[in-house]
Design a protein around this ligand. Structure first.
Ligand code: ADP
Length: 441
């Protein structure tokens, strides 16, 4: 059968293969880059996935093969998978980070929540999943990687102005702590900014699937300066239920979004404790992050309990006994990254008309939300008590003629609004806006 006859049939079948994260078929999503058919009925297909480590690849492979082989005249299917390039790689990154598929920052609003521990064990779990991984500790306040890697006095080699990562059981690592060692605090200040830049731009990572960057906690100028130097594919916020402050999380989200870094989700650490005797989960500090999903539309990527043996990540097997936590976490991270990298997920379009916010949901439906109603519906920590859920904002305090000063979509999950009454912490997930004023055709 000729290629002209088979091609439409192939596309018809490919259009039935659905990406479960993008909720669209792989043809519409733009994944099919080339199709060629030989006279013997062999199909060569190039499929471009959003990220090279896409966990859906094997699912797509099986489904595509099965569907194309069901077409009469097709004998064999060869699929060549490629992936989209990272966006926004800056000139300064081209030497040191351009061979890295995905750069992910692990951040926290406060110190001591287990950010470095989670970053290290996540790096080990990624490594066990077969990825080539690097881990860079830029926590200037207390670099803990040397301790976690059991390398308190690592010697850092510099060859041709390139900093060579310290390899610890096949994991490439670099930490300010390796360089500053036990330098007294007074010396650290001035050295820190020089060294962080050098670590970012001159560490010779070589080709990696993932580089995990452990950021200093907080959302201040230091973090901003660091973030401006690296093109990140995504950020993950680590928090614990007892330190969870929605005000801080809001600041964190806004910091990343300002720099166009998608926040992939939140990891809740020290969520619960599992009793040795009865195996029951005890939520000692309540279930704080459940609220995050509702308030910000952000996925909770994992809930990590209090764990024993959670302080030594110096071997590849570190944390292996907790694979039931890492495996779904890794899959979720990759899928969230894929969603962010796909250009096909179109965010709704927002416009202000008079005293209403008009939302075009891009599916033929629209919502018009009166601005005063929207302001009164704000659920930030200043407007709704984060512990009790009691409203703090009195509806009568909101003037009917309130205006929007600034509006900024946050990824494809929410929109941030700065109001004329000086309120700047409103984040409305799209789903919440849909429930506030149901869309109509
Ligand atoms: P951060 O990087 O946020 O400052 P660290 O990763 O240094 O925090 O962790 C602070 C302390 O908490 C460390 O002693 C670490 O071993 C411990 N820790 C972190 N997460 C857990 C956990 N899930 N279970 C038990 N101990 C933990």
């Amino acid at each position: 059968m000729s290629s002209e006859v088979l091609k439409p049939k192939i596309f018809e079948q490919l259009k039935t293969v659905i990406d479960p994260d993008l909720h669209t078929d792989i043809v519409t999503a733009g994944f099919i880059k080339s199709v060629s058919i030989t006279e013997q009925g062999v199909v060569d297909l190039t499929v471009e996935l959003t990220i090279p480590t896409c966990p859906l690849q094997s699912k797509f492979k099986v489904e595509i093969e099965q569907k194309l082989l069901s077409i009469e005249g097709i004998k064999k299917v060869n699929i060549h998978f490629t992936s989209r390039k990272r966006a926004g790689v800056q000139v300064s990154q081209q030497n040191s980070l351009n061979q890295i598929h995905s750069v992910i920052a692990i951040s926290a609003c406060k110190g001591g929540v287990g950010k470095s521990t989670v970053a290290s064990f996540l790096a080990r779990a990624l490594q066990r999943s077969g990825f080539k991984v690097g881990l860079m500790d830029l926590d200037i306040y207390g670099p803990s990687l040397p301790t976690l890697m059991n390398r308190p006095h690592a010697n850092v080699a510099i060859i041709d102005e390139q900093i060579i990562p310290v390899e610890v059981d096949n994991l490439l690592t670099m930490s300010l702590g390796y360089i500053l060692g036990d330098a007294p605090a007074v010396l650290r200040g001035p050295l820190v900014s020089t060294y962080t830049s050098q670590l970012i731009h001159q560490t010779e990572w070589g080709p990696l699937d993932f580089l995990i960057i452990d950021l200093p906690p907080g959302t201040g100028d230091i973090q901003l300066t660091l973030l401006q130097q690296v093109a990140l594919d995504g950020a993950i916020i680590v928090t614990t239920p007892q330190t969870l402050s929605l005000v801080d999380v809001t600041r964190g989200i806004l910091m990343f979004e300002k720099l166009h870094v998608p926040v992939l989700g939140v990891i809740e650490n020290m969520s619960y404790f599992i009793c040795d005797n009865c195996g029951k989960k005890h939520f000692l500090f309540g279930n704080g992050t459940a609220d995050l999903q509702k308030r910000f539309g952000l996925p909770i990527l994992a809930n990590i309990p209090l764990l024993s043996n959670f302080h030594d990540a110096s071997t590849k097997s570190a944390g292996e006994e907790y694979n039931t936590i890492w495996e779904p976490l890794i899959e979720q991270i990759q899928r969230e990254m894929g969603k962010r990298r796909a250009n096909t997920l179109s965010s709704p379009e927002v416009n202000i008309k008079g005293n209403e916010l008009l939302i075009d949901w891009k599916d033929g439906k629209y919502s018009e939300i009166p601005l005063a109603k929207l302001r009164r519906a704000c659920r930030c920590a200043y407007c709704v008590d984060e512990l009790t859920g009691e409203p703090l904002l009195k509806p009568e305090e909101v003037p009917e003629d309130i205006k929007i000063e600034q509006i900024q979509p946050l990824g494809h999950y929410a929109v941030s609004i700065f109001w004329s009454d000086g309120h700047t912490s409103s984040i409305y997930p799209w789903d919440f806006l849909k429930s506030l004023v149901p869309p109509h055709p």
